[in-house]
Write a protein that binds this ligand. Structure first.
Ligand SMILES: [Zn+2]
Length: 348
């Protein structure tokens, strides 16, 4: 009996090994991606979508887009919002295998979604400018186990996975105090197609501040970003996802003679956003999804839940027609699109 029981255990063990998702082992392999020097896009004409080609890939550009929110990427988690490098690897590997292609938050709010036909956009966002997001090694390359290092690892393994992300930073971007080092970091990220934008100067809860202080926090950070070589932010993420009492202050305002105006303001929870081409796109309160498992309050608000849900509801998800100049939707969704897109719509 014991012998039989042992055989059963061994067999179960073998089956478990075989059934383990290949990704678990693969995504840990220490492939060092070489961030390529940025090169201009090939000069071939952009693809033209047609009703037939859109139907073929089941394009739905009115669908849902996950905007994923990450904080620190550390080997030992001390807060529930921390993720380990392996957890980030697993999640990005999953996204790549499910046909997601990263775009920046700026591209999302500008409606510049240039990904292959049949692919789904995802926005990877990292808050608070932690050193675990970006740091350079001695050779001027992104360090292993930083967010940028891991993004390049995944892109090396899955060539369709475009290495890009948005970093919303405060007064010490990536934990750097030295202006010159801040400048180098921002330059590297911008040169490689990443976005660096405004998360306020001192990370206050904007709801608790008087209007002028809200604008001061945003303007101080815009001035810092300008000093270190970043363009004017077109997106901002609210600290704690907390909107100011006068909500419009988060999107536009003026302090000490400096004006700001964003094209998108991002919250800290808790579901996918509708497409920027939809009438109902919540441009100044765009939801994000915290990267996390399924425990506690994450039972249904974090990435494990939502990425499963999107896999199970493919018709709800944004699927690209591959043509950045056209917006393709199934006929019954035509009316959900913003009138501003009317001239470029393909229905099928
Ligand atoms: Zn934050």
């Amino acid at each position: 009996m014991t012998a039989i029981a042992n055989v059963v255990v061994v067999v179960i063990g073998l089956v478990a090994l075989v059934l383990l998702p290949r990704s678990t082992a693969e995504d840990r392999s220490p492939v060092r991606a070489q961030p390529p020097t940025p090169s201009p896009k090939p000069s071939t004409a952009p693809p033209r979508a047609t009703a037939a080609s859109s139907r073929k890939v089941k394009a739905n550009e009115a669908g849902l887009v996950p905007v994923i929110m990450y904080h620190r990427i550390v080997p030992k988690r001390s807060a529930s919002i921390d993720r380990t490098p392996d957890q980030l690897r697993q999640e990005l590997g999953r996204l790549a295998r499910s046909g997601y292609v990263p775009i920046t938050a700026a591209e999302l709010v500008a409606g510049k979604i240039d990904i292959p036909a049949g692919a789904h956009p995802v926005v990877l966002t990292f808050d608070d400018g932690h050193p675990s997001h970006f740091a350079m090694d001695r050779n001027g390359m992104p360090k292993n186990d930083t967010a940028v290092g891991i993004i390049y690892e995944i892109a090396a393994k899955y060539p369709d996975f475009r290495p890009t992300a948005t970093f919303w930073v405060n007064r010490e971007p990536f934990g750097l105090r030295d202006r010159e080092k801040q400048r180098q970091a921002v330059k590297w990220l911008l040169d490689h197609g990443f976005e660096v934008a405004n998360h306020t100067y001192a990370h206050p809860d904007l709801r608790r501040l008087p209007n002028q202080k809200v604008s001061e926090q945003i303007v101080r950070q815009e001035r810092l970003l300008e000093k270190i070589g970043a363009p004017a932010s077109t997106t901002m993420a609210l600290p704690y996802g907390s909107l100011p009492r006068k909500r419009s202050r988060a999107q536009a305002g003026k302090w000490d003679g400096t004006e700001y105006r964003f094209r998108g303001v991002f919250l800290a929870g808790a579901e996918p956003t509708v497409s920027p081409y939809a009438k109902s796109f919540p441009r100044y309160a765009i939801p994000r999804i915290q990267s996390n498992g399924k425990r506690g309050e994450c039972r249904r608000w974090c990435t494990t839940y939502w990425l499963d849900w999107l896999d199970e509801h493919p018709r709800e998800r944004y699927t690209s027609d591959g043509d950045p100049s056209r917006v393709s939707v199934p006929r019954k969704l035509r009316a959900t699109l913003s009138p501003a897109r009317a001239k470029s719509v393909i229905t099928y």
